[in-house]
Each structure stands twice: as structure tokens, then as C-alpha cells.
Design a protein around this ligand. Structure first.
Ligand code: SAM
Length: 281
């Protein structure tokens, strides 16, 4: 297949800069630039958007995004060892790549970006899940982003797109599907990464809806749903007892039988429950 750019192959970049993968940073690198270009295309309109990339590492996805025509990429990477490799990419694409060294959980990238903004990332799954929940639960909606294109362990990706009644259905599905549309766009086997992780991965693409599907306060919805699924085999009147006094009345107001289990309750009813709890606070 044709090279996507005239920079050195990623294997060489990793060798030159001594980027041996660190387990503590959840480093599993994608070395196939045709694959990273495919992930970049899944992110949608690149030419008309600023892209926030979290965890660029040696820059495989970064190069995919730039080669596919991203207007600008802001990349936040915690590992200082990756900076020289990323600077080489920035030099190849003048004015289009800005790199910030630091922890994405602590940096506010918004001052560096111009809307419309899309997010693309291949992150360790715990950081990815934490950021996803933050991106889905701001007080105001629509959020700063138009879309999120994120790599997860396949099992986490399934939790994001899960339907009520399924084993994977829980807080992630409800928060994601409440304010966004979410689908799995690409499956990747462990061998796509160096080093190969134990499990398969998948890319999830989320598009922000103009407004949430049902009204609810994000903090209350998040709290109610977390409590409901914390003891997912219990009846809701038991698992939600600590959430608000008179929880049976709130369940009734939302049309949820008190003996129901969390995984049987659909998005609309969870939002109704969150509204009833919020109104009584
Ligand atoms: N994007 C590259 C790729 O696809 O080959 C690297 C992916 S690797 C799974 C995850 C990257 O996220 C690593 O480069 C790691 O150093 C970085 N990372 C881990 N935690 C981070 C954090 N809290 N903030 C920013 N980057 C982080």
C-alpha cells in the first residue's frame, strides 16, 4: 500500500527515539499508518475541524489525521519521551500540529482550539472511560465537541453501545446514548498493536446530538444510574434506597415498577427518575 506521508516508518521512529512501550502509561502502539488513516477517516469532516488528540504516543494516529487533511491537530501526551518524535511531525505539517506535554485529565485544551472540534484518541482504557464520562456530562449541552472517535477494549466499546436488557447495558450506555449517537465503526485484533494487548479493541464513534434525547440533570442522572447498576441484580427499590428519601414514590413517578432491575430500565425512564429525584431536592 502507498505510504501516507514521507516521514520515517513508525518502527524506525520508535527505535530512533527509544520509545519502548511503558505498561504504566498503557502504551500499545499502532504501527500501521494505513490503519491509523482509516481510523482518522472514521472521525468525520477533518478538513473543516480542529482535532483534539489525546495520547498521540509516537504519532501513528496523529499522522493519519494530518495525512487525511485535518485542519489542525492539538495533541496532549503525558510521556515526555514522545515529544521529539511529535516535533518531527509538527515540522512536516507547518502550523497544523500543536503538542502539549501533560496529563489530559488535568489540562483544559479549549483555549487552544477553534470550533468545530472533533476528538480522536487511542488511550489506556481507564483514562479513556474517565474522559468519555466527562465529555458526556457537562452541565450545558451541546458540548465543545461535534464527535468523539475513541479506541477502547472491545468489551468497553460494547458497554457504550449496549441496549437495555443486555449484560453490557449500564452507566456508560445510558450516558452515551442520552446525549449522543454511538456506534462501533472498526474492530481491531490484538496483533494490530505493539506490544499486543490480551484483548481485542474497537473504535467507537459518537456524534453529539443537538439536544439530549430526554431532559435530565447530568449530575443527578449519573448518580441515580450509578447507584442502580452498582448492585445490578438487586431490585431498584433496594439499590436506590440511599439515593433519595421516598425512592418508591420517585420510581412510581417515572413509571418504573419498584421490583424492576436496573438493566431492564430504558433511557426515557431513567431520565424521568432523575427528574423526579432532582425536583424533590
Ligand atoms: N495514539 C498512539 C497510537 O495509537 O499508537 C498511542 C496509543 S497508547 C494506547 C496511549 C497513549 O496515551 C500513550 O502514548 C500514553 O503515553 C498516553 N497517555 C496515557 N495516559 C495519558 C494521560 N493521562 N494524558 C495524556 N496521554 C496519556
Amino acid at each position: 500500500m502507498a505510504a501516507i506521508d514521507d516521514l520515517p516508518p513508525l518502527r524506525e521512529v520508535i527505535e530512533t527515539h527509544g520509545l519502548r512501550a511503558k505498561k504504566t502509561l498503557g502504551q500499545n502502539f499502532l504501527l500501521d499508518l494505513n490503519l491509523t488513516a482509516r481510523i482518522a477517516r472514521a472521525a468525520g469532516d477533518l478538513a473543516g475541524s480542529d482535532i483534539l488528540e489525546i495520547g498521540p504516543g509516537p504519532g501513528g494516529l496523529t499522522r493519519g489525521l494530518l495525512a487525511e487533511g485535518a485542519r489542525r491537530v492539538l495533541a496532549i501526551e503525558k510521556d515526555a519521551r514522545c515529544m521529539p518524535a511529535l516535533e518531527e511531525i509538527a515540522a512536516r505539517y507547518p502550523g497544523r500540529l500543536q503538542v502539549i506535554e501533560g496529563d489530559a485529565l488535568e489540562i483544559d485544551p479549549l483555549t487552544h482550539l477553534t470550533p468545530p472540534i472533533r476528538v480522536a484518541a487511542n488511550l489506556p482504557y481507564n483514562v479513556g472511560t474517565e474522559l468519555l464520562v466527562r465529555w458526556l456530562t457537562p452541565k450545558e449541552w451541546p458540548p465543545f465537541w461535534e464527535s468523539l472517535t475513541l479506541m477502547f477494549q472491545r468489551e468497553v466499546a460494547e458497554r457504550i453501545v449496549a441496549a437495555p436488557g443486555s449484560k453490557a447495558y449500564g452507566r456508560l450506555a445510558i450516558l452515551a446514548q442520552w446525549r449522543a449517537s454511538a456506534r462501533i465503526v472498526l474492530d481491531l485484533p490484538p496483533q494490530a498493536f505493539v506490544p499486543a494487548p490480551k484483548v481485542s479493541s474497537a473504535v467507537v464513534h459518537l456524534t453529539a446530538l443537538p439536544a439530549p434525547r430526554f431532559p435530565a440533570d447530568p449530575a443527578v442522572l449519573s448518580r441515580v444510574v450509578a447507584a442502580g447498576f452498582n448492585q445490578r441484580r438487586k431490585m431498584l427499590r433496594a439499590s436506590l434506597k440511599g439515593v433519595a428519601p421516598g425512592i418508591e414514590d420517585h420510581l412510581a413517578a417515572a413509571g418504573i415498577p419498584p421490583t424492576e432491575r436496573a438493566e431492564q430500565v430504558g433511557l426515557e425512564a431513567w431520565c424521568a427518575l432523575a427528574r423526579s429525584v432532582a425536583a424533590a431536592q
